[in-house]
Design a protein around this ligand. Structure first.
Ligand SMILES: Nc1nc2c(ncn2[C@@H]2O[C@H](COP(=O)(O)OP(=O)(O)OP(=O)(O)O)[C@@H](O)[C@H]2O)c(=O)[nH]1
Ligand SMILES: [Mg+2]
Length: 672
């Protein structure tokens, strides 16, 4: 039967949702489903399929009916049918299809497994490994996906290569995977040599041959964070035992869905940490005390750096004005009128003794190697000097000419305006300060946050089933490319990513940085190279990619100074110059440049994957654009979930519709 056709009335309507028989896969439209499926004593099966075993590929969908059925029947009817579907005997998993540590299960063993306190989630036919001592559970050849109840007497003995690890580190007979090795290292477990550890369910471990048992690895927040980033399981907490779930309780269809993962990556300084922090603020995820302290320290250190630039600028201005004075003296002496009027502004840029002493000290410290060590203590101690210095007329005069100081970044103004407040002992950074400050953690280790989207007005244009999705959880993981290794070789640790948010700084086209091999490279080309290695990475085949074109605000200014063709990849950018087109509906040069860059990435993506790249322009420092981009990412994942096996063309058809919902995305989607 052709796709999109109802198996009963044979009418074709590809946009109409259909309900599918869990045995034969036949799909029925709204008008036919009740006639074809009858009273559904075993759930959604054609009348002729009742009594037959379900198609195993559909086991994950047991108990999760479509919106169509919910529209047709009352809540309690749907609940009753779904209950039957999950609990009736013929729909149960046949034990002989489940292998644990290489051995097939008996009915008894399967019962034990399904009814223990923490049973495996989504158990279907297949080959699994189970470490009885720690409770680790996973699919054969893969990293652990869950920690289930330990000491269950099911299946055979675990094999060393059960999870296909190649780290030379053995845990309860099994060689662990590299993700687990990161986890152990994060917990401070010494993994040098070829150690064999014994680890119990509560995370206490002991190296073979050593007498002492070591503390629990699960007590460390860092370990849990690493687990979250690499999708490794943590012990089922007492607060949230999953024990009862398997016994047929129907939970909300959406709540059952596992967490959706967004992987945020971009070349150096493309703005990933800004977007990450923006997301935290947007979705109400507080910064931890640790993060706040780290950022406070970095703000203060930066402030000292900005002050130093001001001080150097002052010196320069002072010298210039002295020179100017000398010149004007010469002119005055030889002037025809004999006038002796002189404007003496040298005093404006000269500073007092105390400020000069402080200034000398600061410049010296900044140039020394151990400034890191001096700063934390020094910042508070010198707060009174900062105040005095800030009030100094010479400094203020220099600050007024800050546009001439090339070394001073734009963001400096934000912090310098509040220099006195920031250097006080009781200063605590606000969310805005954190956003404007650089970085989020002191190292470049991956960071992640779980969040859900608050309901917005835009959501009304979405499918009703997704409207109230505060129960849906998302995870944003920010990874620095440096921690992905050469050619992104560590990328496979993020194999369960739902969508990659690839961030590009639009202003990179005329900027350069030194690459791994010490060669000066155009940053846009370096960004392109990183994009290529991610897109072509074997584990990322067929992944959704959303290109985030960041720093739109800065592009507007830069494009006036430097043409886009500066970058060799953009040589054929020829915007039509239209002298009469000054009205606001006509796209600006920056908009056209950003379209064009988006299009270049789209072309590249299509040539590498045959898939469609989604694009979203963003200003990292403005919350609404970041919100829009993340919601767009959510929409893209949703289309994927709209059962693509039934309607594979949905993706393209919908993109323009949804484009309208996310206005800034629309611009690109439509034009390209
Ligand atoms: N004006 C403007 N500045 C931005 C924008 N996005 C980021 N920035 C600034 O660009 C700089 C780099 O941004 P980050 O978020 O630190 O970039 P990153 O990707 O984390 O860079 P790494 O530290 O190399 O990982 C910071 O000073 C940000 O404040 C933007 O959209 N507009
Ligand atoms: Mg950064």
């Amino acid at each position: 039967m052709q796709k999109g056709v109802c198996h009963r009335c044979l009418k074709e309507n590809r946009f109409m949702k259909k309900e599918v028989c869990i045995v034969c896969g036949a799909s029925y439209c709204y008008d036919c489903v009740l006639r074809a499926m009858g009273s559904m004593p075993e759930g959604r099966k054609c009348v002729t399929c009742v009594g037959f075993r379900i198609r195993e590929a559909r086991r994950g969908k047991l108990g999760k009916c479509s919106r169509l059925l919910k529209r047709l029947l009352t809540d309690s009817e749907v609940k009753f049918i779904m209950n039957n579907e999950m609990l009736c005997e013929v729909n149960q998993l046949p034990p002989e299809l489940v292998f644990v540590n290489g051995e097939t299960l008996s009915q008894d063993e399967l019962f034990k497994l399904q009814n223990c306190k923490y049973p495996p989630k989504k158990l279907g036919p297949g080959h699994y490994w189970y470490d009885k001592i720690s409770g680790f559970w996973g699919k054969e050849g893969q990293k652990p996906c869950q920690i289930i109840t330990c000491q269950l007497d099911v299946g055979g003995h675990i094999k060393r290569n059960a999870s296909n690890g190649n780290t030379n580190v053995v845990l309860n007979y099994r060689e662990i995977t590299k993700e687990e090795l990161w986890m152990l290292k994060s917990a401070g477990v010494p993994c040098e040599g070829r150690p064999h550890f014994w680890m119990s369910e509560d995370g206490r471990y002991q190296e073979e041959g050593q007498k002492n048992e070591e503390g629990k690895i699960w007590d460390k927040t860092r370990t849990k964070l690493v687990c979250a980033v690499f999708s490794l399981p943590v012990p089922p907490g007492s607060k949230n035992p999953s024990g009862k779930e398997v016994n047929g309780e129907i939970r909300d269809n959406l709540a059952q869905k596992s967490i959706h993962k967004f992987l945020l990556v971009g070349y150096d300084k493309s703005g990933t940490s800004t977007i990450y922090k923006q997301a935290k603020i947007l979705y109400g995820i507080p910064f931890s005390e640790d993060e706040r302290q780290t950022i406070k320290f970095s703000i203060r250190r930066k402030l000292f750096g900005y002050l130093a630039i001001l001080l150097e600028g002052r010196e320069q201005f002072e010298e210039e004005s002295l020179l100017e004075k000398r010149k004007s003296c010469v002119i005055n002496r030889s002037g025809p009128s004999g006038d002796t009027i002189q404007i003496d502004d040298t005093t404006i840029y000269s500073i007092g003794v105390r400020v000069r002493a402080f200034s000398d000290w600061l410049l010296q410290v900044l140039q020394s190697d151990n400034s890191e060590a001096i700063f934390p203590a020094a910042t508070c101690e010198y707060a009174p000097f900062i105040e005095e210095m800030w009030k100094d007329t010479a400094i203020q005069a220099t600050y007024n000419r800050r546009n001439e100081l090339q070394m001073l970044p734009r963001v400096a103004t934000y912090f310098l305006d509040r220099a006195v407040e920031i250097s006080r002992t009781d200063y605590e950074p606000s969310d805005m300060d954190i956003l404007y400050a650089d970085g989020i953690t002191s190292s470049n280790s991956p960071t992640c946050m779980k969040f859900s989207f608050p309901k917005s007005t835009q959501d009304d244009s979405l499918d009703p089933a997704y409207r109230h999705d505060s129960s849906l959880r998302y995870q944003l993981i920010r990874v620095h490319p440096r921690s992905l290794g050469e050619h992104c070789k560590w990328l496979d640790m993020f194999d369960d990513t739902d969508i990659v948010l690839f961030c590009v700084a639009l202003t990179d086209y005329d900027e350069y940085s030194v690459d791994r091999n010490g060669v000066l490279t155009n940053k846009m080309l370096a960004s392109k190279e990183l994009f290529e290695s991610m897109v072509t990475h074997p584990t990322f085949e067929n992944k959704n990619f959303l290109l985030i074109l960041n720093k739109c605000d800065l592009l507007v200014e830069k494009i006036k100074q430097v043409p886009l063709t500066h970058c060799e990849w953009f040589r054929d950018f020829k915007p039509v110059v239209c002298s009469n087109c000054h009205n606001s509906t006509y796209p600006s040069l920056a908009q056209r440049a950003s379209h064009y860059i988006g299009m270049k990435f789209k072309e590249l993506f299509r040539s590498l994957t045959d898939n469609k790249l989604f694009v979203s322009p963003v200003i990292g420092l403005e919350n609404d654009t970041v919100d829009e981009a993340l919601r767009y990412a959510r929409e893209i994942i949703m289309w994927d979930e709209e059962d693509l096996e039934e309607e594979p063309y949905l993706n393209n058809e919908l993109s323009s519709i949804v484009g309208e919902a996310s206005s800034s995305c629309f611009l690109l989607e439509n034009d390209l």
